[in-house]
Structure formats: structure tokens, C-alpha cells
Design a protein around this ligand. Structure first.
Ligand SMILES: *Cc1c(COP(=O)(O)O)cnc(C)c1O
Length: 348
């Protein structure tokens, strides 16, 4: 069996032996009764980290985002999202199904929405138009290559949001990465938002779970909607304990992972058949384009046969994602394999 270097996603991390010990020894109770000490501890810990009154542990990042959208909107509202956002692309049409809302996409260069973009989307008070009620941003931004949304930009957007009486949500599945790379506190990043979602099962390396953080009142509504979705969990301390362990022990490892991603990007960019916008390599994601002289499916298969798993991300485009379970040595090896696959197979 090949020992694959799997750089398809940061969701492929597996629990470490230490984490498994924590899971085995976790204190548990019935969380629907609010009696799971590990869940309660995690929720308080994350609320505190994000500077919010409360937080709610949920099964997935999609659930965290969808609960946030639901509690901040009314059916037939219009929600502004970045054009390449996860909420638009990868949540299976859930906003329409679960909340009866429509999304309006704002195209941007690197995931950074401007104040004027929002102003332009506010409709006159006229019965023809939908009611714009919420703005969502994604930090870091996955499809733009793990780019960081700068705090100055967020503060400016917050002013426009407030001025127009809108709500503000941050899809912070990878907010950890933004904080680790910029040195800016999670609290500062989270402050302007009504709701913030964060994911434990990506770069942090927990097996399951996300959280939504907000006011106590919003979290009460969030808890109810989680139940509606069938997301009330019982002895969830089994997984919450892993999440808490991941934050305490793996969050500090992210900055090093960003160096690994940069190293990989620089190595790969040496090939004349590969093109990377290095200005986007700010965290743990590397998006690269390959020469059109090689077919993407063939390229993906050849890389896999040679031990590197990658994911396609558009026309002649691939994504590689790094996490603490991929060493610099493995990242270098992956770059070498990818380069040699392409150099052997381009039809000159
Ligand atoms: C992964 C991800 C999510 C959540 O996805 P799940 O598969 O439900 O964990 C949400 N937003 C972004 C930006 C993501 O990358």
C-alpha cells in the first residue's frame, strides 16, 4: 500500500494518540439536558476565546453557518455573500431550503468585500425589492486560496452594516488560521459580528464539530434551531473533549503549517508548467494552475499513482492544503512528485 501524502484538505487530519486518550477519559452527560460537562466547558471556552457571551457546539461547519443564517434572517430576505463563498458554493442550497432566503453574490479579488459593494446592494424602500438583512464574510477565504480578510476591512464593513441596520456573520471555519498568520487576536477578529462560526475538524485536527458564537439570546435561538435540524446530541462530550484538546494543543501549531505551505508553493512554482499567485499563499492553502498541455484528470491520477492526493479546483486548477500532520519533508516530497509528473507528461 502506498503511504499517500494527502493534501486534498485539512479535514483529513486524524486524532492523535494523546487526543484519543482525552476522548476515552472524557466526562459526559446528556447535552440536550445541558448536562454534558465537556460540551459545556468547550462552549464556554470558545465563547471566551471569541469574546462572545455564549457559543453552541454543533455537528459541522455547514450546520454552524446555516443556524447563523436562520437566526439572523426572515424568509424572503436577501443575504449578501462573497461570490466564491463556501455558503454559496458548498452548502447544498441549504439557505433556500432551511431559511427561505436568497443569496446575492459579491465578486471580489481576494475575498475582500468593500463598503461600496454593500452600499450598492441596499435597495430603495420599495415593495418590489427583497429585504437585505445580512452580510456574510469568510475568513480565511477558502476558494480565494486561504486569504486573510484584514481586520481594518472588517471594521469598515461593520460600520456600513450598522448604518444600514443589517446583521453581520463571519464564516470563520478557518478563523484560527487568520489569527495564527496575522497575530491578531481571535476576539478582535470576531468582535464586529453578530455570529461567528468556527470549525474544529479542519486544521485543528479534531474529528468532528463546529461552534457558533454570539449573544446569549441568539444562542438560545440557535439551540432551538439545532434541535429542529436533528442536531441535538446526547453524550457529545466524547467529541467535544477532542475539540477542546485540539484548540489547546494544535492551535499553536498552525503558524508552522503556514511556513510549510509557503515552502511547498515556492518549490512548485519553480516549474515552468505551474503557476501560483504567491500573494495568495497567506495561510495553509495553496491553489495552483497547471499548463494546459496536460489534462487535469490525467494529472490528478498520475499524482495519485505516485503517492500524492490532490483535489481539482476549477479549470486546470488544483488545491493543496496543509496541516500539522504533514511535515516539511513530506511537503517538499509532494512538490517534487507533482513537478516530475508534469514534466514527464506535458506534450511539448
Ligand atoms: C469546511 C468549511 C465549512 C464547513 O464545512 P463542513 O464540511 O460542514 O465542516 C464552512 N466554511 C468554510 C469556509 C469551510 O472551508
Amino acid at each position: 500500500m502506498i503511504d499517500f501524502i494527502d493534501i486534498r484538505s485539512d479535514t483529513v487530519t486524524v486524532p492523535t494518540p494523546e487526543m484519543r486518550k482525552v476522548i476515552a477519559n472524557a466526562k459526559v452527560g446528556d447535552d440536550v439536558f445541558g448536562e454534558d460537562p465537556s460540551v459545556n466547558e468547550l462552549e464556554e471556552y470558545v465563547a471566551d476565546l471569541l469574546g462572545k457571551e455564549a457559543s453552541l457546539f454543533v455537528a459541522s461547519g455547514v450546520m454552524a453557518n446555516q443556524i447563523s443564517l436562520h437566526i439572523l434572517t426572515k424568509p424572503a430576505d436577501e443575504v449578501l455573500v462573497e461570490g466564491e463563498s463556501h455558503i454559496f458554493h458548498y452548502e447544498a442550497g441549504a439557505p433556500a431550503l432551511l431559511s427561505g432566503i436568497q443569496l446575492k453574490r459579491i465578486s471580489t479579488e481576494k475575498g475582500i468585500i468593500n463598503e461600496s459593494d454593500i452600499e450598492k446592494c441596499i435597495h430603495p424602500d420599495n415593495e418590489h425589492y427583497p429585504n437585505v438583512s445580512l452580510v456574510c464574510i469568510e475568513n480565511t477565504h477558502n476558494r480565494h486560496g486561504g486569504t486573510i480578510i484584514p481586520i481594518e476591512n472588517i471594521k469598515k464593513l461593520a460600520k456600513v452594516v450598522k448604518k444600514n441596520n443589517l446583521k453581520f456573520h463571519c464564516d470563520g471555519a478557518r478563523l484560527w488560521e487568520a489569527s495564527a498568520a496575522s497575530g491578531i487576536n481571535l476576539k478582535d477578529f470576531a468582535k464586529p459580528f453578530d455570529t461567528v462560526s468556527v470549525c474544529l475538524s479542519k486544521g485543528l485536527g479534531a474529528p468532528i464539530g463546529s461552534l457558533v458564537a454570539s449573544t446569549k439570546e441568539n444562542i438560545k435561538s440557535a439551540r432551538r434551531f439545532r434541535k429542529v435540524m436533528g442536531g441535538g446530541m446526547r453524550q457529545a462530550g466524547i467529541i467535544a473533549s477532542a475539540g477542546l484538546y485540539a484548540i489547546k494543543n494544535h492551535f499553536p501549531l498552525l503558524a508552522e503549517t503556514h511556513k510549510t505551505a509557503k515552502l511547498f508553493a515556492q518549490k512548485l512554482n519553480e516549474s515552468e508548467y505551474i503557476n501560483i499567485d504567491l500573494s495568495r499563499v497567506q495561510t495553509n492553502i495553496v491553489i495552483f494552475k497547471h499548463s494546459e498541455k496536460i489534462n487535469s484528470n490525467f494529472f490528478e491520477n498520475e499524482c495519485s499513482k505516485n503517492g500524492v492526493k490532490l483535489i481539482q479546483f476549477g479549470e486546470n486548477t488544483f488545491r493543496a492544503v496543509f496541516h500539522f500532520q504533514i511535515s516539511k519533508q513530506k511537503a517538499t516530497k509532494a512538490a517534487d512528485i507533482i513537478k516530475s509528473v508534469i514534466e514527464k507528461n506535458v506534450t511539448k
